[in-house]
Ligand binder design. Structure first.
Ligand code: AMP
Ligand code: MG
Length: 397
């Protein structure tokens, strides 16, 4: 039934084989490095914490000295105390260095203060509430691997060991254009038969999510000359050109002949739903990826094919999205003979519900959903079954 169709995995592996990480590396301030891909592993040049310090507001004590102690000093975060004299405690605050001689911190909730003394209401355990030197990061340890796409907490981690700039791969220049005589922009009059160019918004947003430097060539009319001209310009200016529409084999589909005239093209019919037509090729030094025009199809094929391609070409080592095994709270008795990417959403019981229509023209389903169920070809789903779920949160990483 799927004769002549290429599997998703086969198409993806052919694409990823071609995606070579950009070779240019630039140093960017750590403050601006979120979303970029790290080009070299980062090591810490210091211990974290750099010294034993208190995990609580309370009293630093020597356990052997008993439970009634004179409070002889006060140590705030950022200051250093004196060695603990016998029979004394130090009032101490979170993050402040543990004074020499102390072997535990008692949290203030477990003490009673009387005059200049403190009574410990329970005997502390050795090391209690002390964060020991290097317990988080030892000097010389790798804190971030090369090829990691940096999240906010990664740049925070780099900053916590004093790294103020990071070597990252150059952003990929991504060109986008949208084919179709029927397309108009919101704000323009919608003449009969016309539709709004929603793909421009969806695909631009995705291009931004994956940290590319975007060039948007706008709407291109359905003509071979116009398509060739924009394609030539985009390919000369960008590393990758992604288009929407015009990849079927209808009368108004000029993407295929345009790419063939300007470069080389593989036209694929992919065994997936939504999706199916997908074009992959080269124009000059640039890669070309032609997505279908249907709004849901272009969204899904971007996430399944363009996303990993862009990540790999930008130097990321991990490009496969994390899938979650989740419970289906619905029946799907009549699966397609192609692999399906079903729009689904978490319900209150922690399972998944399905958008009632899975038509590839219904963009509402993508906005309603929390992610895509990756359903194998011909696989019926019964309520209670475990399904492979790709949450947007994972697809957008
Ligand atoms: P095509 O792949 O060009 O045959 O387009 C398939 C369907 O998607 C047609 O119904 C188009 O009108 C629609 N379509 C194409 N491009 C866009 C776009 N940029 N935004 C929204 N819908 C589109
Ligand atoms: Mg079209």
């Amino acid at each position: 039934m799927n004769k002549g169709l290429l599997s998703v995995d086969e198409a993806l592996s052919q694409m990823l084989e071609q995606a070579k990480p950009v070779s240019d590396v630039e140093d960017v301030p750590t403050l601006e490095a979120t979303g970029r891909v790290l080009a070299r592993p980062q090591r810490s040049t210091m211990d974290v914490p750099p010294m034993d310090n208190s995990a609580m507001d309370g009293y630093a004590v020597r356990i052997a000295d008993g439970t009634r102690l004179r409070v002889a000093q006060k140590i705030m975060a950022g200051s250093v105390g004196k060695a603990l004299e016998p029979g004394t405690a130090a009032r101490i605050f979170t993050g402040a260095p543990i004074p020499a001689g102390a072997d535990a911190v008692v949290m203030q909730e477990h003490t009673t203060v009387s005059g200049d003394s403190v009574v410990l209401n329970r005997k502390p355990k050795p090391g209690e509430w002390i964060r020991t030197v290097a317990s988080d990061i030892a000097r010389g340890a790798e804190i971030l691997p090369a090829g990691k796409r940096l999240l906010p907490q990664d740049t925070g981690l780099a900053a916590s060991v004093g790294i103020r700039s990071l070597p990252v791969f150059r952003r990929l220049r991504l060109g986008l254009f949208f084919t179709g005589d029927e397309l108009v922009m919101p704000g323009e009059p919608l003449a009969p038969g016309r539709i709004y160019n929603s793909n421009r918004f969806t695909l631009r947003g995705l291009a931004e999510v994956f940290g590319t430097e975007l060039r948007d060539y706008g709407i291109v009319p359905d003509s071979l000359a116009a398509t060739r001209a924009v394609l030539r310009k985009a390919a000369a200016e960008c590393d990758v050109v992604v288009t929407s529409g015009g990849v079927s084999v209808g009368d108004a589909d000029y993407v295929k002949p345009a790419v063939e005239a300007e470069g080389t093209l593989l036209m694929w019919r992919i065994a997936m739903k939504p999706g199916r037509p997908l074009a992959f090729g080269n124009v000059g030094k640039s890669f070309f990826i032609g997505l279908p025009g249907n709004p849901v199809s272009s969204f899904v094929t971007f996430l399944i094919f363009v996303r990993p391609f862009l990540l790999k070409a930008q130097g990321a080592t991990h490009v496969e999205p994390h899938a979650i095994a989740a419970r289906a709270d619905f029946d799907w008795p009549e699966p397609d003979s192609r692999r399906e990417f079903l729009r689904a959403k978490w319900d209150r019981q922690g399972g998944l519900e399905l958008y009632p229509t899975q038509d590839s023209a219904v963009l509402t389903s993508t906005a309603w959903a929390d992610g895509l169920i990756d359903n194998p070809a011909g696989h019926a789903i019964r309520r209670g079954d475990s399904v492979r779920f790709l949450p947007y949160a994972e697809l957008y990483r």
